[in-house]
Design a protein around this ligand. Structure first.
Ligand code: ADP
Ligand code: MG
Length: 680
């Protein structure tokens, strides 16, 4: 057994269990070591039966005096034991567990761990954990309680972690000795042993402290290294100061907002300096990021370089291409388009023109990073809605030029607190102002019984000449998932409103059909677009004023906000209707947040509060590895220590290339392996 081998290669772990383990982020055998217990069961304190409290989780050690087969038939028979210690007796019950009969022998001693029920002087335990008592002291221990997912049992996990811990000596310490010393951290082997199978609660504390520190330390050092790497390269392009973006932005049908101007100024300064630009532009949905990107593309092209804009979906890429080619044409700039579904002949032509420098601005999907795409003089790379791209993809694109400037645009807000803590003074521009005249989108949340009137509302909007989106989580009806599907909604809709022109759009359709459907919706030929979340990012149809989202409970708040951003893009009052199945407390709170706020940052912060930072979903999306044990809010004090430590280490060895830091560097690389950090 090797720690780096896939978990399914471990004895006793079949495909089903391996699958379940992945949900706990256990992919390799060694990952089991980092599956930290949620809490512990203290089995050292044996409680006398007489002293059991109702509802108390306790360990009882007692002799089986009677084994009674209870009611029920066959394998489903119940099993009832009468057990006793010096103080008294209690019943132990197992329902439908005839197979356990053979596990017990009359007269023998067993440990029972479970929740006690004490009523009318009668004591009972239902389905306790049990173990034969051998008189061996080592059975009196503190046992880990792991987080569970369907298909795994506590017993499984305990067995496996215990087994893997036997291999732990093969792991080498990756935190440098000085760091351990300066911060009074315990060593790796000790920490692993004691976070899983401590022999005393004090040791759990030591172990937890080490891992909280470690997790934040790897994170902080990794982020700092990236930042240093980005900021240190001075051999980038200095774009021409003569290529004035104002010539271009003056051609817009609207004046730029103050925020757009400020961000463009930051971009201008970066582009004109020899430093390689690596800037993240954050702006809420509808804040006008495209205009900012367009101006940057213009400046690059005007300076004699080629520029590329990459979008995560074909629909969005096409939309950008259509808009930009119109805007650039009057300035004599040539725009090209590239996507996977382009006919071979067209593609070849575009590639030729690109290599010859006959295209100034290339717009496309991830097709622009294919090997055969060669630029003559690539100077600027912009990715729109960056969280849809992996680190690698962005890297490949940058390599197609010589240190091109990079701009990353996203509507996914990194909550302010998180950004401050983690990124410090990294290059982030924020468009924190909406174009004027935007109306607040009115949001309503209803359950299924409100669906009918919601549809009638849509009908009235459409009759007034507006357009509408209806979004459902699934493409087609599914046996397993009880959620609405775009296909189903579309069928209902066409039956209900046969006079309205509606269309269906989803990811599994042919590109040609998707293009046609989007085209017709842009042109207003269709009024209602029923779709999956393929319309989530970037789509801009200002005449659309209402979006109805089915099974809103299945979407994250940030995603709901993105979807809602498809409307409210024109002058008309716009509406968002959330239909939620099942009304849990959390669901109600989520709906309330969506109703009260139209601000992506506020929503992200509230989301953080609601879920609790420990399980802040989508950390990965924010370019930060998921935290397993540390908590950015609870552990701020430790984070301060960590920051100081990371700075010391990196000031001595900025790239961690010294021998003594080699294992640390490897560990950091592994930590960030699958993370999409916008600044990487
Ligand atoms: P996002 O930031 O979500 O990508 P877009 O760039 O798609 O937003 O812009 C949303 C809409 O706002 C577009 O219709 C765009 O033309 C318009 N817009 C952008 N900037 C301004 C502005 N300064 N004044 C008025 N409208 C603007
Ligand atoms: Mg956009």
């Amino acid at each position: 057994m090797e720690l780096y081998e896939e978990i399914k290669t471990m004895a006793g772990v079949g495909p089903k269990k391996a699958h379940a383990l992945v949900r706990l982020s256990v992919r390799e055998i060694g990952d089991l070591l980092y599956l930290f217990p949620r809490t512990y069961e203290d089995r050292r304190n044996v409680i006398q039966i007489e002293n059991l409290w109702n509802e108390e989780c306790a360990l009882v050690r007692a002799q089986v005096v009677l084994i009674a087969k209870g009611g029920g038939f066959g394998r489903k028979r119940n099993l009832k034991l009468l057990v006793q210690d010096e103080s008294g007796s209690m019943e132990v019950l197992f329902f439908h567990s005839a197979y356990l009969e053979r596990a017990f022998q009359q007269g023998e001693y067993y440990s029972f761990f479970g929740k006690a029920q004490c009523k009318n002087g009668k004591k009972q335990m239902l389905h306790p954990d049990f173990e034969k008592w051998t008189g061996d002291e080592s059975q009196e221990k503190i046992l880990p309680v792991y987080p569970l997912v369907k298909g795994l049992s506590q017993k499984d996990l305990r067995k496996w972690t215990a087994r893997v811990l036997l291999q732990v000596k093969r792991l080498n310490e990756y935190i440098p000795e000085e760091t351990l010393g300066r911060n009074r951290l315990c060593g790796l082997h000790y920490a692993l042993q004691n976070i899983h199978y401590p022999d005393d609660p004090q040791k759990v504390k030591e172990a937890r402290f080490r891992f909280v520190f470690e997790e934040l330390f790897l994170l902080q050092t990794g982020l700092l290294m990236m930042k240093n790497r980005v900021n240190s390269s001075e051999n980038g392009i200095s774009f021409s100061a003569k290529a004035d973006m104002k010539d271009f932005t003056d051609s817009f049908p609207y004046p730029l907002t103050g925020a757009q101007k400020r961000v463009l100024e930051e971009i201008r300064a970066d582009m004109e300096s020899p430093k390689v630009m690596n800037r993240l532009v954050q702006g809420d949905v509808g804040s006008g990021k495209t205009a900012v990107a367009a101006a940057a593309l213009y400046k690059a092209a005007r300076s004699g370089y080629q520029a590329v804009l990459m979008a995560p979906t074909e629909i969005l890429a096409r939309q950008h291409f259509t808009g930009l080619s119109e805007q650039f044409a009057p300035f004599g700039l040539r725009t090209g388009f590239l996507s996977g579904s382009l006919p071979a002949k067209e593609k070849r032509l575009t590639l030729e023109q690109l290599a010859k420098g006959e295209i100034d601005v290339l717009v496309g999907t991830h097709a622009v990073i294919q090997e055969d795409v060669v630029f003559a003089r690539l100077g600027l790379v912009i990715t729109d809605e960056q969280h849809r791209f992996g680190v690698k993809q962005r890297g490949i694109l940058t390599e197609k030029g010589e240190n091109p400037d990079v701009l990353v645009m996203t509507a996914t807000p990194i909550p302010r607190t998180l950004a401050m803590t983690l990124y410090g003074d990294l290059d982030i521009s924020i468009i924190d102002e909406m174009p004027p005249g935007r109306q607040q989108i009115i949001t309503r949340a209803v359950n299924a019984s409100g669906r009918e009137s919601a549809y009638q509302f849509i009908l009235r909007q459409v009759q007034e000449g507006r357009q509408a989106y209806i979004v459902a989580p699934l493409i087609e009806e599914s046996m397993e998932l009880s959620a609405r599907s775009a296909q189903g909604v579309y069928e209902e809709l066409t039956a209900k409103f046969p006079d309205q022109r509606s269309a269906l759009l989803h990811g599994a359709m042919k590109q040609k059909d998707k293009d046609r459907i989007m085209e017709e919706f842009y042109e207003g030929k269709t009024s209602i677009l029923v779709s999956t979340v393929v319309i989530e990012v970037g789509i801009n149809v200002p005449n659309a004023t209402v979006i109805l989202i089915e099974n809103a409970e299945r979407f994250g708040l940030a995603q709901l906000h993105q979807l809602r951003g498809r409307v409210g893009r024109g002058k008309e009052q716009s509406y968002c209707i959330l239909i939620t199945e099942g009304q849990t407390e959390v669901a109600k709170k989520r709906a309330e947040i969506m109703k009260q706020s139209n601000d992506g940052f506020v929503i992200a912060e509230k989301d953080l509060e609601l879920r609790g930072p420990g399980e802040f979903f989508g950390m990965r999306q924010h370019g930060v590895p998921e935290l397993r044990i540390a908590d950015l809010v609870k552990h701020v004090k430790i984070l301060q220590k960590v920051k100081a430590e990371a700075e010391i280490i990196l000031s001595e060895d900025p790239t961690l290339s010294e021998k003594k830091n080699e294992l640390l560097r490897q560990k950091i690389e592994k930590t960030f392996e699958n993370v999409e950090n916008p600044m990487l």
